[in-house]
Design a protein around this ligand. Structure first.
Ligand SMILES: Cc1cc2nc3c(=O)[nH]c(=O)nc-3n(C[C@H](O)[C@H](O)[C@H](O)COP(=O)(O)O)c2cc1C
Length: 208
């Protein structure tokens, strides 16, 4: 027999239990490292799982940021410079990637503290993660405040992508299994992916 949680049950949960339950409900997510640098040259690296495809033309990717009610380095740096990088995480580095979620002081680089290497392209001031199999450079395009809870959706326009040729097929499809990119459930449980099949474009009255 299934159990059922009503909204009032959910609201009555301990805060941590509610957070764990609700954070897992939207399913598995890719774990990404977002790299930024402030105008004084201090860099920052933090793990984010709410990264989402917004559109392909123009190429837009967004992510959901917690309310900016306390010091938020990623948010502040993106607002200052308009630049950020989204870096896929190789599964082997999941513990280091998780550690970037700790609240390091502004003048302490998570690159150094968590064992990642900065890499700079020619277009953006924000650092990429050298160890990342798929690195995406973006400029801030739009910021949306979610009125219901003050979270912020930041949308960036893709300016450049770095990846090894074996991680992309001729059709442009990414081979994320080959890139061994990390998956996360909620804020603490990490997974690796397993491909189960590739299908053709679905149309009514034909089988894929
Ligand atoms: C697996 C995981 C996923 C996370 N995803 C997000 C997210 O999507 N949005 C967010 O605002 N914070 C997220 N966080 C929390 C940030 O990593 C954390 O607030 C971090 O300290 C932000 O650092 P900053 O202040 O240096 O930007 C996540 C943490 C973990 C462990």
């Amino acid at each position: 027999m299934e159990i059922k949680f009503s909204l009032s049950d959910i609201e009555a949960f301990e805060k941590q239990d509610r957070t764990n339950l609700i954070n897992g409900l939207s399913g598995y997510k890719s774990a990404h490292l977002i790299g930024t640098k402030n105008v004084s040259g201090l860099n920052n690296l933090a793990i984010f799982s709410s990264v989402v495809h917004i559109g392909a033309n123009p190429p837009l990717i967004g992510f959901v940021h917690r309310p900016a009610t306390v010091e938020r380095h990623t948010y502040e740096n993106i607002k200052e410079t308009g630049h950020f990088t989204i870096n896929h995480v190789p599964i082997e580095l999941y513990q280091q990637a998780h550690q970037t979620s700790a609240r390091y002081p502004r003048n302490e680089s998570e690159f150094d503290a968590c064992g990642f290497t900065e890499f700079y392209g020619e277009v953006l001031s924000a650092p990429y993660v050298l160890e990342s199999p798929i690195k995406i450079g973006l400029t801030l395009e739009e910021e949306i405040l979610v009125k219901s809870n003050q979270t912020i959706i930041l949308i960036g326009k893709v300016q450049e992508i770095y990846l090894a040729p074996e991680f992309i097929l001729e059709s442009g499809v990414l081979n994320l299994s080959a890139a061994r990119t990390l998956i996360v459930q909620g804020l603490e449980t990490y997974y690796k992916s397993e491909k189960i099949g590739t299908l053709t474009y679905a149309k009514p009255n034909s089988t894929v």
